[in-house]
Design a protein around this ligand. Structure first.
Ligand code: GLV
Ligand code: GLV
Length: 322
């Protein structure tokens, strides 16, 4: 009989589901919001593969509920901190994800946030609608350009390198990066210099978080980190909300300890409407749309499906968490 695959969303691009339907029984959660935990625990039982998203927590309890038939968990995301990979390994369950395909889209969105914050796009646009725009004025709505600025990247993996490549044409004074891995060849391509965390915090006009979320990177941007930043610093995060102590970020923005922030990720997601961050005017917040480019999301759906098919056939996956 055909393998059974459970898909935690009804709304992934159908081209991926079509690939699965050729050789598998595919069932999907039917609602637009993430599958409730108890429903996931029920549905995963007896499945051979689980097609999930970053909104699903895949832990030992889910794997236990699945039973011994489960061979693969594939997420339609590059981040996989929502999956307990160690527990999967223990059970011989392979884990697939979607790196590479979303690198350009995410780098592009990061540049959009850099430009939106430094040139105050949303704040300025509001003035057009609320009557704040009285006349052209020489020093009104001015920001600091990327030109001649120092940009610090926290993380210099696939996405960080593409962000750097897109910043170069804006003629920064210096791009620096902080990572565990040196990556000198990649750094040379964009003339970036590796610095330690404190140096990046103290010298940067822009700080961009583009690392994965691990125990080492959890809340590295805390009160002491914001304390070291320059008062004109603009803080951008397109990685994970968990990389930041959000209360400390709020304090830094509210007290004007730093100039502004641009976030595509928050804790939690969605951000409650009464969250204090929403009352600040020196912040731009987007609803986690880093990879939300149509062709990118379609290909992410197909890669997730192909990862599952490969695992079910005992073949090499296109992208497997090792
Ligand atoms: C999005 O945040 C992803 O991990 O793909
Ligand atoms: C992480 O992004 C790294 O480059 O080590």
């Amino acid at each position: 009989s055909q393998p059974n695959v459970y898909v935690t969303r009804p709304d992934v691009d159908d081209s991926g589901l079509e690939l699965l339907r050729k050789s598998c029984n595919v069932s999907t959660w039917s609602q637009p919001l993430p599958v409730p935990r108890d429903e996931l625990l029920r549905q995963v039982k007896g499945k051979d593969a689980l097609y999930c998203a970053l909104t699903d927590k895949i832990d030992a309890a889910v794997l236990d509920a699945a039973g011994t038939q489960l061979k693969c968990v594939a997420t339609i995301s590059v981040g996989f901190e929502h999956i307990d990979v160690e527990e999967c390994k223990k059970r011989g369950i392979r884990v697939g994800y979607t790196p590479d395909v979303l690198t350009d889209a995410t780098a592009e969105l990061t540049l959009a946030l850099l430009l939106a914050t430094n040139r105050r796009l949303f704040e300025a646009s509001k003035q057009v609608y609320n009557g704040g725009w009285k006349s052209w004025a020489p020093m009104w709505m001015c920001g600091q350009g990327l030109k001649n600025s120092r940009v610090g990247l926290y993380g210099f993996g696939r996405i960080g390198q593409e962000i750097a490549a897109r910043i170069v044409p804006f003629k920064p004074a210096q791009i620096t990066y902080t990572t565990r891995t040196a990556r000198p060849a990649e750094a040379a391509k964009v003339n970036a210099r590796r610095v330690d965390f404190d140096e990046m915090l103290c010298l940067s006009d822009f700080i961009v978080v583009c690392c994965s979320l691990t125990p080492d990177t959890k809340e590295v941007f805390n009160a002491s980190a914001f304390e070291k930043m320059k008062p004109n610093c603009i803080f951008i995060n397109t990685a994970r909300g968990g990389n930041v102590d959000q209360n400390a970020l709020y304090d830094a923005l509210h007290s004007k300890r730093i100039l502004a922030a641009g976030l595509d990720v928050t804790t939690p997601e969605p951000l409650p409407l009464d969250d204090p961050l929403l009352k600040l005017d020196n912040i731009v917040i987007l609803p986690h749309i880093g990879s939300a480019d149509i062709e990118t999301r379609k290909e992410m759906s197909r890669i997730t499906a192909r990862n599952i098919l490969a695992a079910l056939n005992g073949c090499q996956m296109e992208a497997e968490v090792m």
